[in-house]
Design a protein around this ligand. Structure first.
Ligand code: TYD
Ligand code: MG
Length: 467
């Protein structure tokens, strides 16, 4: 009799553990280990097959040769095509991840309708919503008349059999990967084993037929279902759809793309008739900021391989306390102490009798030293009451001597800032130089004193507050 063994698999990173534990050793997430059987199928690995099969001879071929169709299918939604690098690639699999309710199904339904109307065969398989719900959304989007083929189904074998009927589809959308299950694996839908096995079958289908396949994946914080991370390495491109709490804007960001760049983003706005493309995102972002308020500086940061622009807010106010207060949200307290010390020691800016509050907008947490320069600019701006230019971004590391040191990915930061409508940058010397529109309006201070002089000099009347 086959021995049944179980393993505990982390639903966040996929690491296998022999014993249950509250915390995954591998990724540090809590409560993500779930028991999964490894008796047979995909989870059991090849040795669990009863007898080894003799290999089939595969035809080897050459690099040059006929490609029957145009390799890309552009959706006509410019922001989406920009993020995918020019459209969906035939024979590839794309993962579209994002928080539940962010608008993934809406975006893909709009893309499906646009492509179907252009004469492509598009199949939309919903594993989460009933046909009626999908129809309701299509009506709301004004896409009900588009010839999209629709099904509500979750079994991978059934789905593949269905779409293999008739003309080969150009685009297949599977919403979502966490609801799919295959006969090959015996764990519950949504577990790492099922998600991986289902994705593998679907990706094999895409490669062998030349259809473009889009997998939708929910990002999960609780780890009850496997996150999209467990299939990121298997697909050709990974796009994340992001948005901030109460705001209507959404950003589609490529974090991996075998056929295009990963530093492009698509910007949308969620309206009552679906997602609207935002051609000039600066309106959205600058509209919410108070251009004339002192103490705010925009930091051009990086999150892993992704550029992010974050507003850093500082409030410097006279303190009634003997030991003034320093409060930080979203950044390092010791790092703030260091920036304050450098400003005092090398630039003659006094904070000893002031409370200092520092906040990173939007609930972000910044861990990069590159934020030093933006923090210093926000602090000096708040102390002097002089607002910083609204279309300016800041990045650079401050050393204890007061020098400003170069940081990595300067081009990516500048490119993101330019894309989001910013026109000037304050950045370190000696790194990559700004190009394009940013080049003429950038300032590269050698020391922190240069920056303080520039801010204080922007309006002479208030400048005497700095001694
Ligand atoms: P949905 O695409 O279902 O999100 P996901 O597939 O990522 O879970 O979008 C759901 C949200 O979008 C929901 O809160 C309602 C909102 N919405 C609009 O504001 N306007 C619209 O036209 C549509 C279709 C949805
Ligand atoms: Mg959905």
């Amino acid at each position: 009799m086959a021995k049944t063994r179980t393993q505990f698999i982390c639903q966040s990173c996929g690491a296998a553990h022999q014993r249950w534990a509250g915390k995954c050793d591998s990724c540090g997430e809590w409560n993500t280990l779930v028991e999964e059987g490894i008796t047979g199928g995909i989870g059991g690995g090849p040795q669990s097959l009863r007898s080894a099969r003799k290999g089939r001879i595969v035809a080897l071929t050459t690099l040059s040769g006929d490609i029957e169709d145009a390799p890309r299918i552009a959706s006509g939604i410019a922001e989406l095509d920009r993020a995918t690098g020019g459209g969906f690639v035939r024979g590839s699999a794309i993962l579209v991840g994002g928080d539940p309710g962010i608008g993934k199904s809406t975006l893909l339904m709009q893309a499906a309708a646009a492509l179907a109307q252009a004469g492509h065969r598009v199949v939309y398989v919903s594993g989460e919503e009933a046909v009626a719900q999908v129809r309701l959304r299509a009506q709301r989007l004004g896409a009900a008349s588009a010839p999209v083929e629709l099904a509500a189904e979750t079994n991978v074998e059934d789905i593949l059999a269905t779409i293999s009927e008739g003309r080969r589809p150009d685009l297949v959308i599977l919403d979502s990967i966490q609801t799919l299950w295959t006969d090959l694996a015996d764990s519950a839908p949504g577990t790492v084993t099922q998600v991986r096995a289902s994705a593998q079958s679907v990706i094999r289908y895409a490669k062998s037929t030349g259809a473009a396949v889009v997998l939708v994946g929910h990002v999960t914080k609780e780890g009850q279902i496997a996150g999209p991370r467990v299939v990121e390495h298997m697909v050709d491109a990974v796009l994340y759809f992001e948005g901030e709490g109460a705001h209507h804007f959404r950003i589609l960001r490529a974090v991996k793309n075998r056929f295009g760049p990963t530093d492009e983003i698509g910007v949308f706005e969620m309206s009552d008739k679906g997602l609207r493309e935002v051609a000039n995102p600066s309106e959205l972002f600058l509209g919410e900021r108070h251009a004339k308020a002192p103490g705010a500086a925009v930091f051009a940061g990086m999150e892993g391989t992704r550029p992010v622009l974050v507003e850093i807010q500082a409030l410097v106010a006279p303190s009634p306390l003997g030991t003034p207060r320093r409060a930080v949200v979203g950044w390092d307290q010791p790092r703030l102490a260091m920036v304050l010390a450098v400003l005092e020691a090398h630039c003659g800016v006094r904070f000893a009798t002031h409370d200092v509050y520092l906040n990173v907008a939007g609930g972000y947490r910044i861990s990069e030293p590159a934020a030093d320069l933006a923090v210093a600019a926000a602090l000096v701006s708040s102390l002097t009451g002089l607002a910083l230019p609204a279309d300016c971004v800041y990045f650079g590391e401050i050393s204890l001597s007061g020098a400003i040191r170069p940081v990595a990915h300067a081009q990516q930061r500048l490119k993101e800032a330019e894309k989001l409508g910013f026109g000037q940058a304050i950045l370190p010397q000696g790194g990559e130089e700004p190009t394009g529109a940013m080049a003429g309006r950038s300032f590269q201070p050698a020391t922190l004193t240069d920056l303080v002089i520039r801010i204080a000099g922007s309006k002479r009347s208030r400048a005497e507050e700095i001694d």
